[in-house]
Design a protein around this ligand. Structure first.
Ligand SMILES: [Zn+2]
Length: 260
């Protein structure tokens, strides 16, 4: 559910925060030595970030549409050799993570690319790196968009240009559906096709978008007394996600489906 969201948030922070020569995110002179997914009993006591406490509330918002409200907690753990340094470290790490997250009110969540297995942060990847497969789909997307535009605008107003990420998303999803419907896709390898079919049988949403993303609560230190050399900061991050619902039941189960 939120596994790819975790991966995406860690990737955004890793990309944006300053790094040392070994490629580790560094706050003051301390490297972030671990990015944990899920809470731990034991953590290294230098500087680490844990993504945890996820929940996803789902509600109906219209016919065929449901909306998730995801909630994730970032816990920052810092332990230095004196209390003041521990406090400064946890404060500064919380500030920097918050500064990075605040820039992302909308976030693409892109699953592993079924063609080259890269984990990317933007659907533009598909037309940057796989244009040989997707170029004809992009042409179709632009043509359909222009004809829709012409239905509601006078010819004197030319169509606004679609963002590259939107073109890439629509082109990729058309190709993805062609594979589902057994339509031949020129240039798509057998492995990539198998990967897409596996994603479909696993109900994977290959490209998602989170909106209304907000780090809405920050406790940049827990002010602990008993463990003052190991302090925690907490940031709660919320995001919404709209999902299609195109099947309702009760008659959408085949009569051949039986209990195993
Ligand atoms: Zn790729």
């Amino acid at each position: 559910m939120l596994e790819r969201v975790y991966d995406t948030l860690i990737a955004i922070l890793y990309y944006e925060l300053p790094k040392d020569r070994y490629g580790k995110v560094t706050i003051y002179d301390r490297p972030v030595t671990a990015w944990y997914v899920g809470e731990r009993d034991v953590k290294n006591n230098n500087l680490s970030v844990t993504l945890k406490g996820a929940s996803s509330n789902l509600k109906d918002i219209g016919l065929g549409l449901q909306e998730f409200t995801h909630s994730i907690t970032f816990e920052i753990n810092a332990g230095a050799d004196n209390i003041a340094m521990t406090e400064r470290l946890v404060q500064e790490t919380s500030r920097m993570i918050l500064a990075s997250l605040r820039k992302h009110r909308r976030i693409w969540v892109v699953d592993y690319c079924p063609i080259c297995s890269k984990f990317t942060l933007s659907p533009e990847h598909f037309i940057e790196e796989h244009n040989d497969i997707l170029a004809t789909y992009v042409t179709g997307v632009i043509a359909d968009y222009n004809s829709l535009w012409a239905e509601t605008h006078p010819a004197s107003i030319p169509p606004a240009e679609l963002p590259r990420s939107a073109k890439a998303t629509e082109a990729f999803l058309r190709m993805y559906e062609d594979v589902r419907n057994n339509v031949a896709v020129t240039g798509l390898s057998i492995t990539a096709k198998k990967n897409i079919l596996k994603m479909q049988s696993d109900f994977v949403e290959p490209i998602r978008i989170l909106y209304d993303c907000l780090a809405n609560t920050t406790a940049s230190s827990d002010d602990a007394v008993g463990q003052a050399l190991f302090r925690n900061g907490n940031i709660t991050f919320q995001a919404k996600e709209l999902v299609k619902q195109d099947s309702y039941g009760p008659d959408n189960v085949p009569i051949t489906a039986i209990q195993k």
